[in-house]
Design a binder for this molecule. Structure first.
Ligand code: 3HC
Length: 311
């Protein structure tokens, strides 16, 4: 009966076990996971755009090869995650439609422009750094396929974060103009990176339930604090200043105090009114339309092989 299935589901969660695709799950658990995983997948594929902007202008072959590898990793993460959503019964075409029609979201920071080469470094150091902090606990998420996908994704995100640090390090140890460029990029990416963790706990719609179901392990605020605590010594090592005059070590709390990002701005960007929202979605739609022939060719190829196997 449904009561028995629910009791079994709750027992797995209570024992900190893994839910697998074969297991019965409550519809709300399924829907919330599809929502989060689809948003995550969309963020990976739309998140390629701010960087591809710089592929043809990377200052050396080495930097270009690194950036190409990073962008390809993100495409791979997207594919992994759409695959995970499919194990929950979601349809990939429908998820992409929802992205293209604005019914599903991707993370807000992707709607900011990469104005200079230093932005490639700041974006990676800060937002990939934030992605690692956010996603490492997801390796212990209650949904098995999501948790397992996160293990590899986190390893690759750590490389992305590290190359961003290395890029900025080169600039902060370069000419005064390069140092200014690095500082300016950090100034512009700090708040979008803080906002990545989502609204404060009291205003978070899904956290309570997601934590009860052990999809999420920490509140948005706990992870944001962890991120700030990690960034301060790294900024000192880089020789850049984080753009927040309230940033100070709090001995009582054992954490850094900091100013929150502008929540009204986050709401505006999420609602579609950030600096690059329209451009990002239009580019995504065009890439999808331009890729139609590849999907058709792949389907024809698969059909040919299955017909041959059946013959
Ligand atoms: N940007 C856009 N929307 C956001 C957001 C943000 N920064 N933060 C929260 N939201 C949305 C939520 O999706 C939710 O909207 P919905 O109800 O329409 O789905 C609403 O705001 C309320 O937020 P909640 O706190 O209630 O939502 P969650 O509990 O889902 O927490 C989250 C938000 C922390 C982002 C969580 O969904 C999560 O951990 N997601 C997985 C991590 C992820 O998406 N990572 C992508 C990284 S991108 C990347 O690495 C690409 C890079 O390499 C280029």
């Amino acid at each position: 009966t449904e009561a028995e299935l629910l009791a079994r589901f709750e027992a797995i969660i209570a024992a900190d076990g893994k839910i697998e695709p074969r297991d019965w799950v409550p519809e709300r658990y399924r829907a919330s996971l599809v929502r989060q995983i689809a948003q995550h997948a969309h963020s990976e594929i739309v998140g390629m755009q701010p960087e591809t902007n710089w592929l043809t202008r990377a200052p050396s072959l080495r930097r270009k090869a690194i950036l190409l590898a990073k962008v390809q990793d993100e495409a791979g993460h997207g594919l992994y995650l759409y695959g995970v959503a499919e194990t929950l019964g979601a349809d990939r075409e429908e998820l992409l439609d929802a992205l293209h029609q604005g019914r599903q979201k991707y993370l807000s920071f992707i709607n900011y422009p990469t104005l200079t080469w230093a932005d490639v470094g700041a974006l990676a150091w800060l937002t990939d750094g934030a992605a690692v902090v956010n996603q490492v606990p997801l390796c212990r998420s209650s949904y098995g396929p999501y948790a397992r996908a996160m293990v590899r994704v986190c390893k690759e995100e750590s490389f992305h974060h590290r190359q961003g640090f290395d890029l900025l390090w080169t600039l902060t140890h370069g000419s005064p103009e390069q140092q200014r460029m690095a500082q300016d990029a950090v100034n512009r990416w700090w708040d979008p990176a803080l906002a990545m963790f989502g609204p404060p706990h009291q205003r978070s719609t899904h956290s309570a339930k997601s934590m009860e179901w052990r999809i999420k392990r920490f509140t948005n605020d706990e992870l944001r604090q962890r991120f700030v605590d990690i960034c301060v010594p790294q900024a000192e090592a880089l020789g850049v200043t984080l753009p927040d005059s309230a940033l100070a070590w709090n001995t009582d709390r054992g954490h850094y105090d900091f100013s929150p990002p502008d929540w009204d701005e986050l709401a505006r960007v999420v609602a579609g009114d950030g600096p690059c929202n329209r451009q990002r979605v239009a580019h995504r739609r065009k890439a999808h339309e331009d890729g139609a022939w590849v999907r058709e060719a792949a389907m024809a190829h698969a059909r040919k092989h299955s017909d041959r196997a059946a013959a």
